[in-house]
Design a protein around this ligand. Structure first.
Ligand SMILES: *Cc1c(COP(=O)(O)O)cnc(C)c1O
Length: 363
């Protein structure tokens, strides 16, 4: 008899398993440390709004299925992004939104254009759908090469990814470039604005084109990563199709209530953003003593040095600081690191560890 795994669809063979970074607890145990700071997953280090936490805890009807339309949250989001609520969809994190969009558009053999390096899940999802991830190199400053992207477009191209600010490089795309891209292609342009709150440049005003989706999340600036709430704005006709592919109950009522409360407490999120942006600018200056640091409009910094990222990440981990080695990102070299911006004391702890590495001749 054949092994059951041989019956699994062929294209899954090319799909890498997601390897999450080490947790604070794991690192504490492994290296017998009291203090560990995680600057690896671009989380908001200040935690969620107290009002959001309270709203989450107040709901207890766990035996009842959640609503499916979540009008109240969609109306709050509509107010926040200044579009009509009829054009907003929700998902289990932006990952869930991406999953639904890929389900809607991709047949086996179709193509998705990804400017590299970028968020690894785009490649994974493309392959899960037996489609091809067409990779286009970014420029020196990591902005997209729109002409090269348009050159690679053909009748099989279903989705073109724009990630702005881009993970892991932190740069944003110009409105004019993306407007031209949208106008010159028939493919869907998926705009990932997971980090837009940390940036002074958003692309939401392009959303009236029919072939665009702008997606955002409550995981980063709003500090609700664990609750898995993402959303997107799209044409109403697209929304109808989206609702067909979405699982019937993608979000829990507790999570939705927390997101509503977070939007009611926008002042809290704005304070976090201000602190993080200030620290980003300070950290950028301080890190330039050790690395080449790229300008960032997100809550992380992309850095390179002459020492392998793997070595630096390991040595920092031994000293209680977790950062993201990006050498396994498609399109990154082995010297690429991503460092999330923490609280002042977290960043200082990182800087002390880097001083150590320098003193010991590792850096
Ligand atoms: C974190 C992240 C997401 C996904 O966030 P969710 O937690 O699934 O909402 C999407 N895109 C980028 C670029 C990210 O960094």
């Amino acid at each position: 008899m054949d092994r059951i795994t041989e019956r699994i669809k062929d294209c899954l063979k090319d799909v890498p398993e997601y390897v999450a970074g080490k947790s604070i607890e794991e690192v504490k145990q492994k290296y017998r440390l009291n203090r560990v700071v995680k600057l690896a997953s671009n989380e908001n280090p200040y935690g969620a709004s107290k009002k959001a936490i309270k709203a989450f805890r107040e709901f207890g009807d766990f035996h009842i299925y959640p609503k499916t339309d979540f009008v109240e949250l969609r109306e709050k989001i509509a107010e926040y992004v200044e579009v009509n609520a009829d054009r907003i969809v929700l998902g289990a994190g932006m990952d869930g939104v991406l999953e639904n969009i890929f389900k809607m558009f991709l047949n086996a053999g179709d193509e998705v254009i990804i400017s590299i390096p970028s968020f690894p899940y785009y490649h994974t999802l493309t392959k899960i759908h037996c489609a091809k991830d067409v990779q286009v190199n970014r420029g020196e400053d990591f902005t997209m090469n729109v002409d090269a992207v348009l050159d690679k477009t053909n009748e099989k191209t279903k989705i073109i990814i724009v990630c702005s600010p881009n993970n892991p490089t932190g740069n944003v795309e110009s409105r004019e470039d993306i407007k031209r891209l949208i106008e010159e292609t028939d493919a869907l342009v998926f705009i990932d604005e997971a980090y837009v709150e940390f940036s002074d440049n958003d692309l939401m005003d392009l959303v009236d084109y029919e072939n665009i989706v702008v997606a955002r999340t409550f995981s980063k600036a709003f500090a609700l990563a664990n609750l898995r709430i993402g959303y997107a704005v799209m044409h109403e006709d697209l929304r109808k199709e989206y609702m067909k592919v979405s699982t019937p109950f993608p979000l829990s009522t507790s999570a939705v209530n927390a997101a509503i409360a977070a939007l009611d407490d926008l002042e809290y999120t704005k304070r976090c953003i201000k602190l993080i942006v200030e620290e980003r600018e300070r950290l950028m200056k301080e890190l330039s003593k050790f690395f080449k640091v790229y300008p960032s409009q997100a809550n992380f910094l992309f850095v390179k040095s002459g020492v392998k990222a793997k070595t630096i990440a390991e040595e920092l981990m031994k000293r209680g600081v977790i950062v993201r080695d990006c050498s396994n990102f498609i399109g990154c070299d082995e010297y690429s690191l991503r460092i999330s911006v923490g609280r002042k004391e977290d960043n200082d702890f990182l800087l002390e560890a880097l001083d150590d590495l320098k003193a010991e001749g590792i850096l």
